[in-house]
Design a protein around this ligand. Sequence first.
Ligand code: PLP
Length: 456
Amino acid sequence: MKTIIEPFRIKSVEPIKLNTYSDREDILKKAYNNLFLINAKDVIIDLLTDSGTGAMSSQQWAGVMLGDESYAGSNSFIFFEKTIKDLMGFKNIIPTHQGRAAERILFSTMAKKGDYIPNNNHFDTTRANVLEVGAHPVDLVCSQASDFDTPFPFKGNMDIKKLKKFIIDKGASNIPLIMLTITNNTGGGQPVSMKNIREVSLIAKEYNIPFYLDACRFAENAYFIKLNEKGYDSKSVKDIVKETFSYADGCTVSAKKDAIANIGGFLCTNDDNLAKKKKDLLILTEGFSTYGGLSGRDLEAVAYGLKEAIDEDYLQYRIESTKYLGQKLNELDIPIINPPGGHAIYIDAKKFLPHIPVDQFPGQALACELYIEGGIRSSEIGSLMFGGKNEKKQPFFATHELVRLAIPRRTYTQSHIDYVIEVMKKIKYKSNKIKGLKIFYESKTLRHFTARLERV
Ligand SMILES: Cc1ncc(COP(=O)(O)O)c(C=O)c1O
């Protein structure tokens, strides 16, 4: 059949409160043009993030009821640990309350001031955690990533030549680990090929540098490999996932993405000595090593979610439904990163709103317009998120000004997505009237979460 259906039935629903254009103008003004400061009840379609916003299955909810809340050695942890070991093959599994806690433990125990951490693209929390220990996050994504129109299917790939040169230039002893983000969220949710994962791993081995994956969206990445990489079409996603992790020494995972849990994360490593250090830090700041800041019921939800994440009917629906939104925006000539990634569609706001200069945040201006026009919450991935001021108080800007429409897993139906497309069509015809923004309050780190902006 041509129609790809949502491979689930809806058992429980959550009402959406509809509001009007003028309600939304008022709400946004009171939130200082920052969509993080809006109450969820005032949002019609929430595409702010795919993180922790997925709908859990009946099996996950059943797991929640079974959660063993023992402080140490709970059954839920044993199930969680076994599920991850079976799926990913790592020796040490350390639960954390979410991805950034895993990142903090990883960098605090492995990196120090002045070190360099290469990645295809660091996600914002990853970058912030690298900076927090005084190390330098360096993005070495392939050149195709910045060409939003080429159909190259693996724009998340690391530039292998650049990586090698970087290691030679900086010296392997100043690089405590190499990271690779699958799929590459900051770079448009673009996948990384198995060939690239293998090549990065070989270079890491050659220079004796540990290789870690930021693997929040490992299942979506594996499905793209199955779809688009030679030699993988007849392999199961489960086997592709196994092969992916076999090349790495460890990983950080936010279980709020592909594991379809509302909270959770974990850190894996094959290095027993490092695992001890990491667990000590975990106990100090997150909780004992068999719960890491999570409850037993959360561990159950994550474990079942990981099993469901590699279901190929689910992954087909997931990837195709994101592609559907991308294709419709392409038909409307709205510039997006092509080909569509796994968890989100990224609109090129610089191209869509050429009259707004980067210091007036075209991405944020478009995100605000999406809210006012249709009550849709999206996120800016541009200079509000990645710009700032350097030590000399000079402003610097992001390479791209994007608006991310992140699709929560199993949460919205096709008519919700059709509504988003209709809103974008409306905005397109009045795009030249959209005004830029300026910041009048910002915090020192991760400013996009709390910044206050006003219309120019
Ligand atoms: C690629 C990537 N790494 C790390 C994180 C951080 O995970 P968390 O939000 O659970 O801290 C995210 C979250 O969006 C992400 O997309």
